[in-house]
Unconditional design. Structure first.
Length: 385
């Protein structure tokens, strides 16, 4: 089977729609699936080491590029590049949204190549039916739709986007995220320079929807109970300077550190070192970072978004929810968890993750979707002949 993954971003960008395609390529190679990639250029782009990748230039951000004429020109350029890249593919796997995804869908339809699409979150939560008709056609015109969570599927149904067949396949957590012996954990904390007080960790891009203003506003109340606590923020984004100013205003410079982007090869050490993972998002489709933390034995406090509520249903003993955009509730939840006698996630969390959320499980579910889609496409061709 030859599958072409089409995504707006590729590694080393640490985004869901770059990580999942790369992981599937690696896992499915052993099942006889050959994978090629199409993406926009990214510095250092590489997928699964040796997987072929075709780069399609971005549309551009100038006035002409954003005009109707610019969109048409970009669409033609993208279409020509995709026609070459998709040649020979048995199946097209589209990821998320954007002009390239919409053009790839049309090229696949013109070539009569079956296509599936994975929807990650913002592509659905921010969908405007009146202005996003091309995207709606791309989603409903796919042979199969895969959603990141049940909550996302439910919302997509309300928008008329989750036509049948539609499936939920949760994002996987690679085996590097794991529980380590307590002695090794203490060594990791020493190497990373963790202080004597509890370490709070959060991992998310630095943008408004991540809820960092709520977390920073909660820190004075948290420090009132645990004055030696520290908060480490992993992620990058345009709002870093704004958040750093907020830290200064709240006089939190000694308690809050911004660590920038840390790749997955090292990220597990930070999860393992942390005493508590905090996810204050104002919008969350699923919450892979919460499961990464739990896989490392670190309990989670998260805002009660649709995605985190769904994750918590799998891990009720190790994940505490608080009201979205409520710093006071956030502080109460953090203080409550830090006061517990059992500071680490229980063994049941690790068992659930190994059974439901590891790469081999996710890849097997996608392989089933691929095979069903190809069988159905073959049956349709036979019925027309």
């Amino acid at each position: 089977m030859r599958v072409c993954m089409v995504s707006p971003v590729a590694l080393p960008v640490q985004a869901a729609n770059s990580l999942l395609p790369s992981l599937l390529a690696r896992e499915l190679r052993g099942h006889g699936v050959d994978t090629a990639f199409v993406s926009h250029p990214t510095a250092g782009s590489a997928v699964a080491g040796v997987t072929p990748i075709t780069h399609i230039p971005r549309r551009g951000s100038g006035l002409f590029h954003r005009s109707r004429a610019g969109a048409i020109l970009a669409g033609v350029r993208i279409g020509l590049g995709l026609s070459r890249a998709l040649r020979g593919a048995d199946l097209i796997h589209l990821h998320s949204n954007g002009l390239m995804i919409e053009v790839a869908s049309r090229v696949a339809r013109w070539r009569a190549t079956p296509r599936i699409i994975t929807l990650y979150g913002t592509d659905i939560w921010h969908h405007e039916p009146a202005s996003h008709r091309r995207f709606a056609d791309t989603v409903t015109g796919a042979s199969h739709r895969v959603f990141y969570s049940r909550a996302l599927l439910t919302h997509a149904r309300s928008l008329g986007l989750a036509t049948d067949p539609s499936t939920v396949i949760h994002a996987p957590v690679v085996e590097a995220f794991r529980v380590v012996p307590e002695e090794e954990r203490r060594q990791i904390r020493c190497e990373l320079g963790v202080g004597a007080g509890p370490l709070l960790l959060t991992v998310k891009r630095l943008h408004e929807v991540a809820g960092y203003p709520d977390l920073l506003s909660a820190m004075p109340a948290i420090l009132a109970d645990s004055p030696r606590a520290t908060l480490w923020i992993i992620g990058q984004g345009a709002l870093r300077a704004d958040f750093e100013r907020r830290v200064a205003e709240l006089q939190l410079a000694r308690s809050v550190r911004f660590l920038g982007r840390i790749d997955n090869a090292r990220l597990w050490r930070y999860y393992a070192a942390a005493d508590l993972f905090v996810l204050p998002s104002r919008l969350e489709s699923w919450g892979s970072v919460s499961i990464e933390a739990l896989a490392c034995g670190t309990p989670v406090v998260a805002s009660a978004t649709a995605g985190s509520t769904e994750v918590q249903s799998f891990f009720p003993d190790d994940m505490t929810l608080f009201t979205v955009e409520d710093p006071s509730a956030l502080a109460v939840a953090v203080r409550s968890v830090l006061a517990r006698d059992t500071p680490r996630a229980g063994p049941e969390a690790a068992r659930i993750i190994d059974a439901r959320f590891r790469p081999a499980v996710c890849a097997a579910e996608y392989l089933d979707v691929y095979e069903r889609t190809l069988r159905e496409a073959s049956a349709r061709r036979l019925s027309r002949s």
